[in-house]
Write a protein that binds this ligand. Structure first.
Ligand SMILES: [Zn+2]
Ligand SMILES: [Zn+2]
Length: 242
């Protein structure tokens, strides 16, 4: 089966004038996933089975709590709690940690393995990542077949460091040799040119703390800090700094 393409959100992200279109895509997917989780879906058995099984990472449980759908979250967590407690009761009755010594490596219990796996799972992260990978495939598809999209990549403000490496690494599996070289050249240029721009912005921002620059204009540096944080840490700031 041919994988579905997501040309609309991918085009929109590359047109959005942000510091990283992939961060923008991820932010939109995250918002949708949070709304989905606390929407009518949590009363559907198959969705609830998934949240019971996977639970949520630390970031996303905090995001869900902030949404203020207290009843929805309580219902989701009550059955997640039920399931994990039942699973752990079964596992804890099967094995228990044996005394360790300096000479004998203690074996990990299946209960600890279970908790370890549980901590790495998140219903929202899973949901974001599944679609995000399709978005990435769509980037390569559009770059190959739509010259207007390649132009949008050229004119974009580049990527955050993490997402630059992410597409840089995946391109080889998706593009044939000639297109691949062109693509890598394009994203290298757009990434490094825009990192230079951000570097200049943050340095001008620093200058503005010096009394000698007090009466100089801000240029593009007023919001240099949140834009730099996006580039270096993939954090999309909501702050509207004017
Ligand atoms: Zn990014
Ligand atoms: Zn998560």
């Amino acid at each position: 089966m041919k994988e579905q393409l997501y040309t609309i959100p991918v085009n929109e992200a590359f047109e959005s004038d942000c510091e990283c279109p992939l961060c923008k895509m991820k932010e939109d997917l995250e918002r949708n996933a949070i709304e989905y989780t606390l929407g009518p879906s949590y009363m559907e058995d198959d969705t609830r089975a998934m949240t019971d099984e996977a639970g949520f990472c630390e970031k996303h449980i905090k995001d869900l709590y902030k949404e203020k759908n207290r009843l929805g979250l309580a219902l989701i967590l009550s059955t997640h709690l039920q399931k994990t407690t039942k699973d752990m009761q079964t596992l804890s009755s099967k094995d228990s940690p044996t005394g360790s010594s300096f000479f004998r490596k203690r074996e990990t219990t299946s209960l600890c393995e279970y908790v370890d796996k549980l901590q790495k799972r998140c219903f929202i992260c899973d949901r974001i990542n599944n679609t995000f990978d399709r978005y990435i495939d769509t980037i390569f598809h559009l770059y190959k077949y739509d010259p207007a999209f390649a132009e949008k990549v050229h004119n974009s403000k580049g990527f955050c460091t993490y997402h630059f490496a992410y597409i840089y690494d995946r391109a080889a599996d998706k593009l044939s040799k000639n297109v691949l070289e062109q693509f890598l050249n394009d994203i290298r240029t757009v990434y490094f040119d825009n990192m230079k721009r951000i570097q200049e912005d943050i340095e001008w921002f620093i200058n503005k703390f010096d009394y000698r620059y007090k009466n100089e204009p801000w240029k593009n540096a007023k919001d240099a800090l949140p834009r730099t944080i996006l580039k270096t840490h993939s954090v999309v700031s909501k702050d509207d700094i004017q």
